[in-house]
Structure formats: structure tokens, C-alpha cells
Design a protein around this ligand. Structure first.
Ligand SMILES: CC(C)(COP(=O)(O)OP(=O)(O)OC[C@H]1O[C@@H](n2cnc3c(N)ncnc32)[C@H](O)[C@@H]1OP(=O)(O)O)[C@@H](O)C(=O)NCCC(=O)NCCS
Length: 171
């Protein structure tokens, strides 16, 4: 499954992406906001999980690449839970931030999820303290549905304030 969206090309992750994934998983912002673990995940295990998601139908994960050079810029994943609702998450490598990569990738994946996965709703959660992610969600029409308080992914005994945004297919 591949999606071309303007200057972006979304394609499944491959084992040979380990180098770029290893660098991403060590980035402080991605660690802070996008990996729900106090430990740095192993890149081979991370890739195996994303590839397995396609095989067992539990998730659709894409490497977001530059459509001209093929260079990887980021990641986006839709996890499905069997009731027609999906949850989307993403990160962008530091050098590629601030030029619309996440916003355009999210728009493309949302349209694909409704058309090809038949989802009836997409959820998106981000920490309230992460306004860039909030801007990405809002720019794509994800409405703020609720404020949540979730346990900290660092395992510390604290709650993190989160926004739950939702998007439904166009009528
Ligand atoms: C959040 C993240 C994915 C955004 O990726 P990106 O490709 O830079 O995003 P875009 O360029 O599409 O959009 C960034 C938007 O955030 C806004 N923004 C950036 N930093 C901001 C800040 N500190 N405060 C408010 N808005 C901010 C930009 O102005 C832009 O808004 P606009 O579309 O209305 O102009 C990226 O910063 C990242 O990977 N962060 C670390 C991991 C992460 O937070 N993942 C999301 C977990 S929920």
C-alpha cells in the first residue's frame, strides 16, 4: 500500500529503514511526545511491530518520504480496534519539521483510512503541552472532543493532560 500526496510519498516501513528509525527513536522530542516508553525502543523491534501490523490487520504504518529523493522524513500510523474507529499517531524527523510534512501526511492518511479501511471515525491524542501536534490536528479538521488525564508514559507517578481530537468522514 503506497500513497502519493503532493511532494510526499507514504509507503510501508522496511527492514532497511533501521538507521533512520534508530535516529528518530533517540530524538528528544519524539521520545518526549511520541514513544510511550521511558526506554529507547529497539529499532528492529519497532520496525517488526510496524510490519506485523500490516500482516495482522491491527495497524497501518507508513514511512513518510520525500517523493523526489525517497528520503524518509517521518512516520504515521493508524491503529484499528475493530469497531470502525482508528487512532492516528505521527512524528517528523527534526530536519523536516515546520514545513507541513505532518499536516499533509495526516490529511492523506485520514482520507485513505475512510476510503480504504472504511473507518467511521479517527481519534488523535496529544499532550496539551505539545501545541505543534494540536495545530496539525486542527489544520486537518480534527475537532477537540475532550480533555483527558493519562498516566505519564515515563512511568512517573503523574498524570499528563491530553487533548482527544476526532474526525469523521465527510458527509
Ligand atoms: C508535532 C510534529 C509531528 C509536527 O510536524 P511538522 O511536520 O513540523 O508539522 P507541520 O509543519 O505540518 O505543522 C506544524 C504546525 O504546528 C505549528 N507549530 C509548530 N510549533 C509550534 C508551537 N511551539 N506552538 C504552536 N504551534 C506550533 C506550526 O505553525 C504549524 O501550524 P500551521 O499548520 O497552522 O502553520 C513534529 O514537531 C514532531 O515530530 N514532534 C515530535 C513528535 C510529536 O510530537 N509527535 C506527535 C505526538 S501526538
Amino acid at each position: 500500500m503506497e500513497i502519493t500526496a503532493g511532494t510526499l510519498h507514504l509507503r510501508p516501513w522496511r527492514a532497511e529503514d533501521a538507521g533512520v528509525v534508530g535516529a528518530a527513536l533517540r530524538d528528544p522530542e519524539i521520545r518526549r511526545w511520541a514513544t510511550a516508553s521511558p526506554e529507547i525502543p529497539d529499532e528492529q523491534a519497532w520496525l517488526a511491530d510496524r510490519i506485523e501490523g500490516w500482516a495482522d490487520g491491527s495497524s497501518a504504518s507508513f514511512a513518510v518520504a520525500d517523493s523526489t529523493t525517497g528520503g524518509v522524513l517521518g512516520h504515521i500510523r493508524v491503529r484499528t480496534r475493530g469497531d470502525g474507529v482508528g487512532e492516528v499517531g505521527y512524528w517528523v524527523l527534526p530536519a523536516a519539521r515546520g514545513r507541513g510534512v505532518a499536516g499533509h501526511a495526516l490529511g492523506a492518511v485520514a482520507r485513505w483510512s475512510f476510503a480504504c479501511l472504511g473507518l467511521s471515525r479517527l481519534d488523535l491524542r496529544h499532550a496539551v503541552a505539545n501545541p505543534a501536534s494540536c495545530a496539525v490536528a486542527r489544520r486537518n479538521g480534527f475537532a477537540l472532543a475532550r480533555l483527558l488525564a493519562q498516566p505519564s508514559p515515563t512511568g512517573e507517578d503523574e498524570l499528563v493532560e491530553m487533548h482527544l481530537h476526532t474526525l469523521v468522514p465527510p458527509a
